[in-house]
Design a protein around this ligand. Sequence first.
Ligand SMILES: [Zn+2]
Length: 292
Amino acid sequence: MRFNKDLEIERAMVIYAHPDDAEFSVAGTVAKWAKAGVEITYCMVTNGASGSQDPDMTREKLRDMRYAEQREAAKVLGVKHVVFLGYEDGYLYPTLEVRRDVARQVRIHKPDVILAMDPRFRVADEGYINHPDHIAAGEVALRTINPDASTRQMFPELWRDEKLEPHKPKALFLETFGDGGTVVDITDTMATKIKALLLHRSQLGPEAEGFVRDWNKRTGKSAGYKFGESFKVIMIDRPPAAETKPRRRAPPAGAVSKGGARARRAAPRTSRPRAPGADAAKRSAVRGRRSR
Ligand SMILES: [Zn+2]
């Protein structure tokens, strides 16, 4: 699928902390891309086992429910692979172990694009403190692009023992919170997104629909679409200067290239700036029904 003149997408990986995060955030884009033939992999870092205030619930029972809900939702969206790394919900740090596990999945599935949450988003004026697991998973998503998944001598056991070659995606799509970005038109997949979202029955009720519709409507409107999801799009190492125009002496045969110039461009702004965090705060209010 051609996203724009610079980006052809065959495979994409969605890296988020909890089962349901992707349905709130990027499911319209996921369904649209899947429909266009993109092979999508979900990489859910935690097990969702903290998402309940019910004293009769157990972590084990909730984990199983949430895995089942996530699998159902992914099926509705056309996601091909769902990977649960199984880290404990609420306890996540971007440790070396998590980084290696995510890098392994990136090397296995070789995504052209990674979709994730921006780890710089921590608090919203409206009274929302971003969940630390979200920040940790976003941090790991960035680290996997550089250096974890892309560098041969990072986690050399992945390459040496598991025969997983380094892989670097072409682009990173960071979910934005109402502060502009590249808007994807999800008008045709909005209904599918809602259907998938509402499958997370342990986390939300039908009231989530109105909020998510409003949110995606506002985002879409800013770009002239009925419904939209917005991203900060970062093209990785563009142009690939390292391969064509080495700036320094060529390294000896077999040496690891450091990657050359990191050409980065600003994400095209196709939507009006709004107060950052407002949508996230509302999203949190919806989730607050249970535990976050
Ligand atoms: Zn979450």
